[in-house]
Write a protein that binds this ligand. Structure first.
Ligand code: PMT
Length: 206
């Protein structure tokens, strides 16, 4: 099978030295790419700015912003005969303007005008889509909503308020929320173990 995986944060620059972003390190997405490659699948990993080495056998495309990630994903999906796993924490908004030079304090009003970024997972077309949902409340309701609205086979619901789960940790504690309504709560485990479960689920869709 062919996998396209997004990982890490995006950065939305306001000027050359300031940006909007989030604490994603890419660990979860790189683990999915590694798990898929270990199973012999073809893998393209579209990565935001992170400090991780490329897993063996994986083709990596580095991007910075949400719009760059969107373009790289569309290109990588090709004819869409693949599985798209969206683990990236994509910034939903970007500053309307990015100044060419570092803004002086005197040039800043205290208000930043924002524009909506594309929803990559919702917009793209491919055979199977698997998403994540990073939530601080209403985990199951939000996961089910995202599964339906984005046309997914499954959402990996991630309560990012839990200790040793979510952003930055080596472990994660997630719930698989499937499109047929089935729910599977996984115990706390390493991100690679979670990734292997996701890849196994995707293989079952083939
Ligand atoms: O990178 P780590 O430090 O290992 O952290 C892992 C993680 C917490 C980032 C990961 O486990 C996780 O939960 N990723 C999803 C983060 C997120 O942005 O969730 P969301 O609920 O805002 O988005 C829902 C889904 O739509 C996600 O699959 C996301 O990739 C996708 N999306 C969101 C917005 C957007 N503009 N485009 C998208 O494709």
């Amino acid at each position: 099978m062919r996998f396209v995986v997004t990982a890490g944060p995006t950065r939305e620059y306001l000027d050359p030295v300031r940006f909007l972003s989030n604490p994603s390190t890419g660990k979860m997405g790189f683990a999915v790419a590694r798990a898929a490659a270990e199973r012999g699948h073809e893998v393209v990993l579209v990565a935001g700015p992170v400090g991780l080495g490329t897993p063996k056998g994986v083709v990596r495309i580095d991007v910075t912003s949400a719009r760059q990630m969107f373009a790289a994903v569309k290109e990588s999906l090709g004819d869409g005969d693949c599985v798209f796993v969206a683990t990236a924490a994509v910034a939903d908004w970007r500053p309307v303007k990015c100044a060419a030079q570092k803004l002086k304090k005197s040039q800043m009003s205290g208000t930043i005008r924002l524009a909506r970024n594309p929803d990559i997972l919702k917009s793209v077309k491919c055979r199977h889509k698997i998403g994540f949902a990073a939530e601080t409340c209403d985990l199951m309701r939000e996961a089910a909503r995202k599964c339906h609205e984005k046309g997914l086979e499954m959402v990996v619901a991630n309560d990012v308020t839990q200790k040793n789960a979510g952003f930055g940790s080596d472990t994660n504690k997630v719930v698989f929320v499937k499109k047929n309504g089935d729910v599977e709560a996984l115990r706390m485990m390493g991100k690679l173990a979670v990734a292997r479960r996701i890849v196994r689920f995707a293989e079952g869709l083939a």
